[in-house]
Design a protein around this ligand. Structure first.
Ligand code: MG
Length: 265
């Protein structure tokens, strides 16, 4: 009987002890360079983000840049073009050759971007003249959009290339006319006193296939030249390229990235 009581007591203590540690431990070592213990109960918790009901949809904290719906009668209310209007279709929009690049009104720094695109179903042209467009992070760093389905071109210019710098790790393109998705994480470069202190990095998935794993960019995208950093604003527009070919886009959303438990760097 006494043994049973002791068992109850020790079990109770163990449970009580365990309950105490449900939300963490403050008798653990400090994490190097951080004001937190290992399993620190005081460490801030991540914000709750509700994922979209459908795969590829915008989560609750995303800025929707295009979903086909009209805002004040305009499906492209988040965008502005340099010269003319891009063509809006049912649930998508399309490069209007000669209209100039399309830029977001909002400006961004570090982001997660989801964007879907389709090269023209009818094949016209070869190499860089076949379904060419591009996604310019901060209006400077191009993730190439190209119909790279059985379309030979230089490796650092094919779909998913960090144009002129790094070919993708794989050619995961679908056939022309089929919808494809990019999921991109972009870290903007940092400057101090006009000097680069941290380069830009890009992580890119095409149709779920990893193309770049936090790849360091050499500088803003250039053609037939070496990229080189120069001081730029911390935030700038996302830009889609008018390369004179009617590439389509749909389902575009973006999330600003920030750290919630450490100072920004
Ligand atoms: Mg391009």
């Amino acid at each position: 009987m006494r043994r049973f009581a002791l068992l109850l007591l020790t079990t109770g203590l163990a449970m009580f002890g365990q309950a105490n540690h449900d939300l963490g431990y403050d008798d653990t070592p400090m994490l190097p360079g951080l004001p937190f213990h290992v399993h620190d109960p005081q460490r801030p918790h991540p914000p709750v983000v509700t994922p979209a009901a459908q795969v590829g949809g915008a989560p609750s904290d995303a800025i929707v840049l295009f979903d086909g719906k009209l805002v004040n009668g305009d499906a492209l209310s988040q965008w502005q073009s340099a010269k003319g209007n891009w063509k809006v279709g049912d649930g998508y929009f399309e490069v209007a050759p000669g209209a100039g690049d399309l830029a977001t009104k909002q400006k961004f720094g570090d982001v997660q971007l989801h964007i879907e695109w389709a090269a023209p179903a009818e094949i016209r042209g070869t190499s860089q003249n076949r379904g060419n467009s591009g996604i310019y992070l901060q209006g400077r760093y191009e993730i190439q959009v190209l119909d790279s389905y059985q379309n030979p071109t230089y490796a650092d210019g094919q779909a998913g290339a960090l144009y002129g710098q790094w070919p993708p790790l794989a050619n995961a393109t679908r056939k022309p006319g089929e919808w494809q998705s990019y999921d991109i994480v972009f870290e903007a470069p940092r400057f101090e006193g006009g000097k680069l202190v941290k380069p830009a990095y890009a992580t890119v998935f095409l149709n779920g296939v990893l193309l770049h794993n936090r790849k360091e960019l050499m500088g803003p995208t250039v053609h037939r030249a070496l990229a080189k950093y120069t001081q730029q604003p911390a935030e700038d527009s996302l830009v889609l390229q008018d390369h004179q070919q009617p590439v389509r886009y749909r389902n575009i959303w973006i999330r600003r990235l920030s750290t919630y438990d450490q100072p920004e760097k």
